[in-house]
Design a protein around this ligand. Structure first.
Ligand code: HPA
Length: 274
């Protein structure tokens, strides 16, 4: 048996011994967006340290635990703290939790992130529903021998972000009175923020926002046959033609400020999921 399948079985057995219910929804929360987890009626929290084969989160602003519980009448599992490629994790480590979601029985993955705005109409604090992505400058997490049990060799990527969720989220946002943008998320490795020239290039290539996470996780979710919805909080505008320094603190601050709106949309979306 492939090593990854054995590892997943061990991780699954451990988690099932701690929490027996099957979560239908897996949630991955971005930088500065972890408070969403407080909406979950927590039934079990498990530190990444204690989970066999799980990497451990190091970045500032990430706490590093799996939260099992109920939200909007659904059983959910949420990652508080995700693994970024720029931290030095391998791609296999970055996406391991998504494979664990699948092994636990998760059918839908919801993700959030903080992202830089490259669409000149965007403002700091805007929410953007991710409708598509560009992931050509980052190693693909599926490179290597394909494990058929996990998914096909050449996954279709015509609808990485499920249209039904995008439509539902737009309706919910309108009902709540929270304007939302839609756009293409351009994935980079980081950890540097982009230069002026790079923000401009990303804009020209069709990106509306740029960020250092999410897409590897989305690819593995699609590979595993799960449905995906993702949103970005626009935390800085790199495309401006002015002196434009960007700091991690500013990113976290903008994410915190926009979080209640994002959280309200996700909560309602979870309520409406079948
Ligand atoms: N670039 C890349 N990643 C980011 C940014 C950015 O401007 N803001 C938040 N995450």
């Amino acid at each position: 048996m492939a090593k990854i399948l054995e590892q997943l079985r061990e991780t699954r057995e451990f988690l099932k011994s701690q929490y027996a219910d099957t979560p239908a929804i897996g949630i991955v929360l971005g930088s500065g967006l972890g408070n969403f987890a407080t909406k979950i009626q927590v039934e079990k929290e498990i530190s990444y340290h204690d989970i066999p084969h799980f990497p451990v989160s190091t970045v500032q602003g990430h706490s590093g635990k799996l939260i099992f519980g109920t939200l909007g009448g659904k059983k959910v599992v949420a990652m508080a703290g995700r693994f970024h490629f720029y931290e030095g994790y391998t791609m296999d480590q970055v996406v391991y939790p998504i494979r664990v979601f699948k092994a636990l029985g998760v059918e839908t993955v919801l993700l959030s992130n903080a992202a830089g705005g490259v669409n000149p109409n965007f403002k700091v604090g805007d929410l953007m529903i991710i409708t598509d992505h560009i992931h050509l400058n980052v190693p693909n997490p599926l490179i290597g021998k394909n494990v058929e049990e996990l998914g096909p060799r050449f996954p279709d990527m015509s609808e990485p972000y499920a249209k039904v969720f995008i439509t539902a989220a737009k309706e919910i946002a309108a009902e709540l009175g929270h304007p939302v943008r839609e756009g293409v998320y351009y994935a980079v490795t980081g950890p540097t923020f982009e230069t002026h020239a790079e923000y401009k290039m990303i804009h020209v290539l069709g990106g509306d926002a740029v960020g250092m996470s999410t897409v590897p996780e989305v690819i593995v979710a699609i590979h595993g046959g799960m449905k995906v919805f993702a949103m970005s909080v626009i935390t800085d505008i790199g495309i401006r033609d002015i002196d434009n320094t960007i700091t991690h603190e500013e990113v976290l601050e903008a994410a915190h400020a926009a979080e209640p709106k994002l959280t309200a949309i996700y909560e309602k979306l979870i309520e409406r999921l079948p």
